[in-house]
Design a protein around this ligand. Structure first.
Ligand code: UDP
Length: 486
């Protein structure tokens, strides 16, 4: 097997045998979409690919300073919502303008790049941007989907839109959580384990249509390229469950310094759409014993009810462990901060821990004081905790998170999942029970810690030393180069 350095040289040689490839990366303006796409850019740049990263002005404006790397250009375009999506905005109009203006911007960019002698050789798009492939086809440019959720979730959507919709409708029943669905190559899935957009209670019809359109786009391609932010050891079966599609795992797409690499690009290619007051929580973490701190974060989108926030606060106080809790400012999401949004028990909380509006999550997860991560199971957060080797209390909210929580608890075993009561509330005692389980030394806690170590090792292997990430990246870039030569 080639060692990392030889592989990078090989890949670089492979890509320079053609005129410099130029990839256009298109992403939705959300933190969880931008982060893995930026990491993907890094891997492309590293092997000599020129990358243009296109996303809307609303995100570009909010991005904390991203040091530009050689080979990377940002291309912001206006989708008509330059201050971002605001309360009261019409989601259908927002999405249709995003699509219309996005297509125009991509098309203009393709033409201007061609005229400047730097033609776009491939378009890689992420979730909800499948319309980029229409523009690409018009210009005869190959495309790839960068799937930024688990491969298992891709499979579930695929099966839903390919013959299983009736089974889903008959079997998924919020009122009867015992009912479950068996899909080819997947574990038995109860309603709470399914992507929330596929359940009877889904109120986000627009999301379901976008997933359907994505599947239709792939079905119409002769050889669709699907790059998945996962790794083989983690989701081997899911990556191979659909005969029609060749899914290449190119993950985990997380910053590399934390994987013992000296890659300087890592320090520059990170960005935050949210503000944090200061980084003094890192010093606070320094003052805590090893594996003692509970880190709590629900990512960049989920908004918890006031009552749920209070249950978490009560649980953290009664658990008496040091904690770092990210509670985003409502105004950061464009919402008015109301008096009732303010945390009660703040003083009591601050006796044990720190509450911050945002933090440098990967740095936090890699801090030796971290003992567990109470997470909404966003896919980036899940992979980050895995690579950092942090046990998880899975506290899913919506979208793919219930499926990820199922995998964490029942398949990968790197954490436990909270159970909600009949009103959908996770009570304080339940949260404390889960914290005690994953942080304790009894049989369950030890088993979780053993699995955490196992996945940490396998995740690092996938990303380093000629692992699947490099191999598949090479296959993908070679394929594109081959297509360009024809
Ligand atoms: N994140 C961060 N600081 C925070 C909270 C989140 O840097 O205080 C990052 C986190 O590291 C992850 C991303 O935001 O890369 C959130 O993505 P994820 O898929 O976990 O959840 P989403 O926000 O899309 O629901």
């Amino acid at each position: 097997m080639l060692v990392k350095k030889d592989q990078v040289n090989y890949l670089r040689a492979a890509v320079t045998t053609m005129s410099q490839p130029h990839f256009l990366l298109v992403t939705f303006p959300a933190q969880g979409h931008i982060n893995p796409t930026l990491q993907f850019s890094k891997h492309l740049i590293r092997i000599g690919v020129r990358v243009t990263f296109i996303t809307c002005i609303s995100a570009r404006r909010r991005m904390s300073k991203v040091h530009t790397a050689q080979g990377l250009t940002f291309l912001p375009f206006s989708h008509g919502y330059n201050d971002g999506f605001q309360p009261g905005d019409d989601i259908d109009h927002y999405l249709s303008e995003f699509r219309r203006r996005g297509k125009e911007a991509i098309s203009e960019f393709i033409t201007s790049s061609e005229n400047e002698g730097k033609p776009v050789t491939c378009i890689v798009y992420t979730l909800f941007i499948h319309w980029a492939s229409e523009v690409a086809h018009k210009h005869h440019i190959p495309t790839a989907l960068l799937w930024i959720q688990p491969a298992t979730v891709f499979d579930i959507y695929y099966f839903y839109f390919n013959g299983y919709e009736t089974t889903f409708k008959a079997q998924s029943d919020e009122a009867n959580p015992q009912r479950s669905i068996k899909l080819p190559g997947r574990p038995l899935l109860a309603t709470r384990d399914l992507p929330s957009f596929l359940t009877a209670l889904n109120v986000y019809r627009w999301a379901l249509s976008l997933f359907q359109e994505q599947m239709d786009v792939l079905a119409n391609e002769s050889n669709p390229k699907i790059l998945v932010n996962t790794f083989d050891a983690l989701e081997h079966e899911a990556l191979n469950a659909i005969g029609n599609f060749n899914m290449l795992c190119i993950g985990p797409l997380i910053p590399f310094p934390f994987l013992n690499s000296n890659d300087s690009l890592d320090n520059s290619l990170r960005t935050d759409l949210f503000q944090s007051d200061s980084k003094d929580y890192l010093q606070w973490l320094d003052s805590k014993p090893k594996s003692a701190v509970v880190y709590v974060s629900f990512g960049s989108i989920a908004v918890l009810t006031k009552q749920q926030v209070e249950e978490i606060a009560r649980a953290l106080i009664s658990s008496r462990r040091p904690f770092l809790w990210v509670v985003r400012n409502r105004k950061d999401g464009g919402y008015e901060e109301k008096e009732e949004d303010k945390l009660t028990f703040r003083e009591e909380l601050e006796h044990f821990g720190r509450v911050v509006p945002w933090c440098s999550q990967v740095e936090v997860l890699f801090h030796p004081s971290l003992g567990c991560f109470v997470t909404h199971c966003g896919w980036n957060s899940t992979l980050e905790s895995m690579v950092a080797g942090v046990p998880v209390v899975a506290f899913p909210q919506w979208s793919d998170q219930g499926t990820t929580a199922k995998l964490i608890e029942d398949v990968w075993g790197n954490g436990v999942r909270v159970s909600a009561n009949e009103e959908g509330m996770v009570e304080r005692d339940e949260i404390v029970r889960c914290l005690d389980l994953v942080m304790g030394d009894d049989e369950k806690g030890m088993e979780v810690k053993k699995n955490v170590e196992k996945w940490k090792g396998l995740a690092s292997e996938a990303a380093m030393e000629g692992g699947f990430m490099d191999m598949n990246l090479k296959t993908f870039v070679d394929d594109i180069a081959e297509g360009c030569r024809m």
